[in-house]
Design a protein around this ligand. Sequence first.
Ligand code: IPM
Ligand code: MN
Length: 362
Amino acid sequence: MAKSYKIAVIGGDGTGPEVTVEAVKVLKAAGEKFGFSLDMTEFDFGGERYKRTGELLPDSAIEELRGFDAILLGAIGHPDVAPGILEKGILLRARFELDQYINLRPVKLYPGVYTPIKDKGPDEIDYVVVRENTGDLYTGTGGFTMKGTKNEVAVQSAVYNRFQVDRALKYAFEYAKKYGKKARGKGPENTLALCGKTNVLTYVYDLWERAFHEMGQSQYPDIRRDYYHVDATCMWMVKNPEWFDVVVTGNMFGDIITDLGAMTQGGMGIAAGGNINPEGVSMFEPIGGSAPKYTGMGVINPLAAIAAGQMMIKELGEEKAADAIEKGIMHVTANKLKSLAAKRMGYSTSEVGDMVAEKTVE
Ligand code: IPM
Ligand code: MN
């Protein structure tokens, strides 16, 4: 019997639902060709529901989500809801509760896509960031004292334990072994680079650095290990992106450098990410926002959502289908779209989805 995957679809806010429709369209087409089916259940979590009911992501929803094979998320963010509420209450809560301890962010320039980096193309901009997704400044460890007085103190701590660091490193080394440049026939070796700040954050990144070399030396001697400070990482991502293969880093630096990476690969119209629990339920999302001003106009670019779907199906083990979808995306960027920007693609949202789907099953 053909495999069937149970997918929770959270379209979310703004243009989230309409780009998610296109991702589902492409995934279903891929399923017909590659022999799997998708059993989709929609959830309406997001700004509208919050405004109506005051509910973000209730405990019962977390429990329900645990029963799915994966989650596809559109976008979270509503103009009438103060910044932070939906992000913390839905996105970060799902990441933490479902222990999605890896944030996987491919930085891959597809053919035909504009990059602001002069003289670099798809051969040079092709790496992935493995961002730890549960620790660091994101744990909410800290607080205020004397709030509201002139002596007010605010503290927010970067928190990591060895277990969190080791499991992220393990994922990153395994990823480099399986999908590094050597494994993909794109270079002489598989490389994992640690991005840190060992010259200043002498506790947290000391822990990361020791754990990195211990694991590399003892378990992955064939994987080359590089180290870059986070500020230098930003320089090299612009000047010599071809140096990177797989990059591993903590949550906060990972958040920052992946936005830089996203811009070098064409921006929010194309960049996708996965919140991965390798032993549990993972959640995939386009990393752009909800673009409320374009809602319902059919002008938003669905490629990032389609790319999120592509990552999802790859994580579920359907590598051939994932490769076909990626080829479909590349066909569209190379030969069809005038621009990745909303309103300027030369096609409607659903036409872009159709073109990717057609190429995927060709
Ligand atoms: C991201 C986003 C989130 C983060 C926000 C929306 C909380 O920027 O996924 O990179 O900081 O992780
Ligand atoms: Mn971010």
